[in-house]
Ligand binder design. Structure first.
Ligand SMILES: *Cc1c(COP(=O)(O)O)cnc(C)c1O
Length: 429
């Protein structure tokens, strides 16, 4: 077989970049094969270095709610470029951006801009620690909060044993302060709190999990979590880096009707540029420097170029609230198509969806936490992935990721995807 341009580029990339990529999931390791090198994106489509066109369901891993390179974001960027891309001094645009976030997400009273989702979650944990004067925090197995040391910890073998680092380079010291509970299991949270009384500064959770496949949380579970945090003087942090501005203009907290103390954002908030944000209750956020003693800073934070793209994205959402109905209709159409296919093929794979985020798990059992998610047959997913790719459908190269529908996906795209899904599944086993 002839070597493709993408294959040649991947060989070249590996000479200069670890593993040839700047973020590991891009390398196709969990599905096998070589990553595609992309040359352009427009609407629902991506074009690779060999000129192949794909209908894209990754959307740059979440940011592209409106599809690739929408005109209104491009125009905002070009306009800002004329005026300069970075000043390291305050701009009026930052006020407009913050004001809009506060308006769209009512639990946010003050907000600080950063440059990625990881920075947002790191900073939110520090704010919670600084505010409460406590050091430990609870996260949930299977939730992802970026790559800061103290998030790369998984539960030890027993429920109350110390956590263990999931990556070399993360210290045991970090593992001591990170406690891990089970998603949708309030008892596991209560046990950790009982064993660490007055030591827990924060509980951080993806209110709709999107990094172990898509797993919506039980509302009852979240209500109890909220009550426990209030009672125990624990800061409840909703990590809405993926769900923020995706499942609703006010994120998962709007859909679920639960108010966190702090929220973190990323992805859509940058309109495709590297942006993150954390914000919430005034009395906590006021602890952040320079209004308070908790240090947090960034040379390019609130960068005008990034803000122009992010502001354009959020302004579009504010002015076009109907976009969430459109996304819901399109996503439901795709879901129903997939479900009909499964029915005709007599397969019963478990499907989940929260608005325009969805996942088909290669298991027939119910999935509601990490342990049930990992029962999925990832070898089958890998096969399915490549069968879809051959048919021009670009899905995430890993089972435990979301399928993102954008407002740019057309009925024709969705129909083509549903047909490909049927044919691909026929090839799997
Ligand atoms: C993507 C993601 C992050 C990390 O954001 P980066 O911009 O990749 O650092 C954190 N939390 C959640 C829920 C995410 O989906």
């Amino acid at each position: 077989m002839k070597t493709t341009k993408s294959e040649k580029l991947f060989i070249e990339a590996q000479k200069y970049i670890p593993g040839g990529v700047n973020s590991p999931v891009r390398a196709f390791k969990s599905v096998g094969g070589n990553p595609l090198f992309i040359t352009s994106g427009n609407g629902s489509k991506l074009i690779d270095a060999d000129g192949n066109e794909y209908i894209d369901y990754i959307g740059s891993w979440g940011p592209h709610l409106f599809g690739h390179n929408p005109q209104f974001i491009k125009e905002a960027l070009l306009e800002q470029i004329e005026n300069g891309v970075s000043f390291g001094a305050p701009t009026e645009l930052e006020i407009k951006m913050a004001e809009l976030i506060v308006e769209l997400v009512p639990s946010v009273e003050l907000v600080r801009m950063v440059n990625s989702g990881t920075e947002a979650t790191m900073s939110a944990i520090r704010a919670a620690r600084g505010y409460t004067g406590k050091e430990k925090f609870i996260k949930f197995e299977g939730c992802y909060h970026g790559h800061a040391d103290y998030f790369l910890i998984k539960a030890g073998s027993g429920a109350l044993t110390l956590g263990v680092p999931t990556s070399p380079g993360v210290t045991k010291g970090n593992a001591r302060d990170t406690l891990t509970a089970d998603y949708n299991d309030i008892t596991s949270v209560k046990k950790l709190i009982a064993a660490n009384r007055n030591e827990i500064a924060a509980i951080i959770i993806e209110p709709i999990a999107g990094n172990m496949g898509v797993i919506p949380s039980d509302k009852e579970f979240l209500i109890e979590l909220r009550e426990i945090c209030t009672r125990e003087y624990i800061v409840l942090i909703f990590d809405e880096v993926m769900t923020g501005f995706r499942v609703a203009k006010g994120g998962a907290q709007e859909v679920l009707g639960i108010t966190p103390d702090l929220s973190t954002f990323g992805k859509i908030i940058g309109g495709g540029l590297p942006v993150g944000a954390f914000g919430g209750k005034k009395e906590i956020m006021e602890k952040i420097a320079p209004s308070g003693p908790v240090y947090q800073a960034g040379t390019l934070s609130g960068n005008p170029l990034a803000m122009s793209a992010g502001y354009a994205a959020l302004k579009y959402i504010k002015d076009n609230p109907g976009i969430y109905n459109t996304l819901e209709e399109k996503s439901k159409y795709l879901e129903e198509g997939f479900k009909n296919n499964l029915k005709s093929l007599k397969k019963n794979y478990f499907m989940t969806r929260a608005g325009s985020m969805s996942c088909m798990f290669f298991t027939e059992d119910n999935v509601n936490d990490f342990n049930s998610a990992v029962k999925s047959d990832t070898t089958k997913y890998g096969k399915y992935f490549h069968e879809m790719l051959r048919r021009g459908i670009y899905l995430a190269p890993a089972q435990f990721e979301a399928v993102f529908v954008s407002s740019a996906h057309t009925k024709e795209d969705l129909d083509k995807t549903i047909t490909a899904h049927y044919e691909a599944l026929k090839e799997v086993e």
